[in-house]
Design a protein around this ligand. Structure first.
Ligand code: AFP
Length: 353
């Protein structure tokens, strides 16, 4: 009996030390706050969606209708992959009975999806990119999902106007990385914490707490294929990193994967605007703002080049922004090239009368 007690104690100790689950962690982070139970339950639903999507991804090459395009285009005019559609629907199903989330807005849907039954109980909104980096799906490379939670403000007449506010209105954000293992990284405004899915337990288990981005890192992460489409300032930054020792390029085609590397090792990811598309490619509400929330919580920064991402107010749900995100010093370096060019332009304008 004594031995059994000791075993039980050891087991308990192991659970305390090694096996903090996601929902328990959210409760601990938020202590006695009134939102704690709600956010813990919402995070559980995100985790459920992530597990279902991870399962589909790991078997995608074996099942019918998992890979390839649907033949449709989304509101952004991009070709929709079967996995985009599947993952979008999984999030909807996971939240249908959550009782808490009243609206889901995703880059795959022109308008938010309303769950009226939930609105009387919880007035939370989930904004998400169900599959980030979907061009990687068909070749079995890493992809992700990005999410943010906001609280509904006022009544919604079906136009979701209150979602058109800056990133400071987010109360939680995070991403899921579907890589060799599935990880969920989140913040409720009390630091950034990483969880790894243990498939045998079906649980996300705490892997790293209070992650801090190094102030500077060696990685610059950008699609250099766009070099001649960028403004000269961005080209000058790239020339700078080419000419200085200590920089290395990494680009996976999935923002989540690139930001994940930078979160742990430092550096900068950039997706600048191009001359034809000054707003760039990355969506503010579903990608830039949630990642900015997270990266700031880890001591990093996110900027458009001229403005903090967290301060940007969208005009429309699907607005895009240029994005420069990562280590403080590296984001500031990119900004310094942009600002120098803007100064030069102003001076030239003044000189020309
Ligand atoms: P999707 O979410 O539509 O797949 O787009 C992915 C993404 O927004 C981001 O994850 C990548 O970093 C970026 O696009 C890649 O775009 P390029 O192929 O233009 O470099």
């Amino acid at each position: 009996m004594a031995d059994l007690d000791q075993q039980d104690l050891d087991h308990e100790y192991a659970l305390d030390r090694d096996c903090t689950t996601l929902s328990r962690h959210v409760l601990q982070q938020m202590q006695s706050s009134v939102e704690a139970q709600d956010l813990s339950a919402i995070m559980n639903r995100v985790a459920l969606a992530a597990k279902l999507i991870a399962r589909r991804l790991t078997r995608a090459g074996l099942v019918e209708d998992a890979l390839g395009f649907t033949g449709r285009t989304n509101v952004q005019g991009e070709s929709v992959k079967k996995m985009d559609l599947y993952a979008n629907q999984v999030f909807i199903s996971a939240f249908q009975q959550s009782g808490l989330v009243c609206r889901l807005a995703s880059e795959e849907m022109e308008n938010p999806y309303y769950i009226p039954d939930n609105c009387s109980i919880g007035r939370y909104s989930l904004l998400y990119d169900p599959i980030d980096g979907s061009s990687n799906v068909d070749i079995n490379l890493n992809v992700g999902a990005i999410f943010a939670i906001r609280q509904q403000e006022g009544e919604d007449d079906g136009t979701a106007q209150d979602l058109l506010q800056n990133g400071h209105k987010q109360i939680a954000a995070g991403y899921v990385l579907y890589g060799p293992s599935t990880m969920l990284i989140y913040s409720v405004g009390t630091g950034v914490h990483a969880f790894t899915l243990d498939p045998s337990l079906g649980e996300f288990i705490l892997a790293a707490e209070n992650i801090q981005i190094p102030a500077h890192g060696p990685v610059y992460s950008v699609n250099e294929g766009n070099f001649w489409q960028w403004e000269e300032s961005i080209r000058d930054y790239i020339r700078y990193v080419h000419r200085h020792e200590g920089y290395t390029a990494r680009y996976s085609g999935a923002l989540v994967g690139d930001v994940h590397r930078i979160l742990f090792q430092g550096g900068v990811f950039l997706y600048p605007g191009t001359v034809k598309k000054p707003e760039g490619k990355i969506r503010l509400l579903y990608e830039s703002a949630p990642l900015a929330f997270l990266v700031e919580q880890a001591g990093g920064r996110a900027s458009t080049g001229t403005e903090e991402i967290m301060s940007v107010v969208p005009k429309q749900l699907h607005d895009r922004t240029p994005l420069i995100i990562g280590s403080k010093e590296d984001v500031a370096l990119v900004e310094s090239f942009i600002q120098e060019h803007q100064r030069d332009q102003r001076e030239r304008l003044l000189a020309s009368g």
